[in-house]
Design a protein around this ligand. Sequence first.
Ligand SMILES: *Cc1c(COP(=O)(O)O)cnc(C)c1O
Length: 368
Amino acid sequence: MTNDFCMKSLARALVEKQPVYEPGRPIEDVARELGFDFHTIIKMASNENPLGPSPKALAAAREALGQAHLYPDGNGTRLKEKIAAKRGLRTEQLVLGNGSNEIIELLGHAFLRHGDEVVMGAPAFIVYKLVTLLFEAVPVEVPLVDHRHDLEAMAAQVTDKTRMVFLPSPNNPTGTANSEEEIFAFARALPSHVIFVFDEAYAEYLDSPPDLRPLIDEGRNVVCLRTFSKIYGLASLRIGYGYGSAEWAALVNRVRQPFNTNAISQAAAVAALDDDAFVGECRRRNREGGRQLEAGFASLGLESVPSEGNFLLVRVGDGVRFFQSVQAQGVIVRPLGGYGLPEYVRVSIGTKAENERFLQAAARALGS
Ligand SMILES: *Cc1c(COP(=O)(O)O)cnc(C)c1O
């Protein structure tokens, strides 16, 4: 083969510049690398639900597998009806996604042009920046203050070129949340050429999550994102949704693949929405686990950021070294150098036993 055939020269210029998302390390990789048994490793790196999937969702997914030869309902009618009833929305306001991450990308397809500005916090969920760059738009990053989104500073960065503003609350990776009052004031001050995207991935962990439906009903350009990956324990099935005005949903539904969400996930999500007992139990156990970890950190002399989510940001010194040390002991956490927090790691709250094991590994990591 001659080097006349060069794929790189055929790619769009942005492709090589595109940063690569670094996911939490899969258990299998780490097990193979360390020569450990798969079952001896615990993953506290991706904010997954340590209690597993909702049992009702699992049963529904198993049943749906029997129809795996049929294309899914591309409109996701049953799931949309369920979401609409549960959340007080109309089905026309909904867009289903292959995880809520896909909806972030669909927002790019529908709304971002070359040179548009997208305002976001730093550090915030990294996918906002990746999608912005993918569409040759410009990320405008506004530093968090005390690990919280500074809405006044974000508002000050809005210009004629701003097309979108992202706000996750609770935020990932910091776990901090903004109040409903300040979010409403921020949204109402945005000009009409800006779309406000409110990411509610961890909303179910809050006692009373902010409800942005009044902003949508007022006719503002507000879009909210939810996922089944976190409290519902369905991260592997890749299912989430967005809601906004019916006009917004109609636009975004035009730019998605016809079968972007599959029937197994749709069935599981419908059942998960009926499993209030599971969600309540997860929320309760998450609180307990959070307190357990905080107490453990305090006794190790570590400072952690108060979190409203299912994970904690903790300052350990050299984040990569700590990550490697606990990993060698079979516990996977997330180093945050990519988020500009090299002294921290993010730890997902596990079961009582997992938290205990992590704290023991942390003590050794710090002692060595
Ligand atoms: C986990 C997470 C999501 C959910 O992503 P999915 O694609 O639905 O799995 C979205 N936003 C934030 C901030 C998250 O942390």
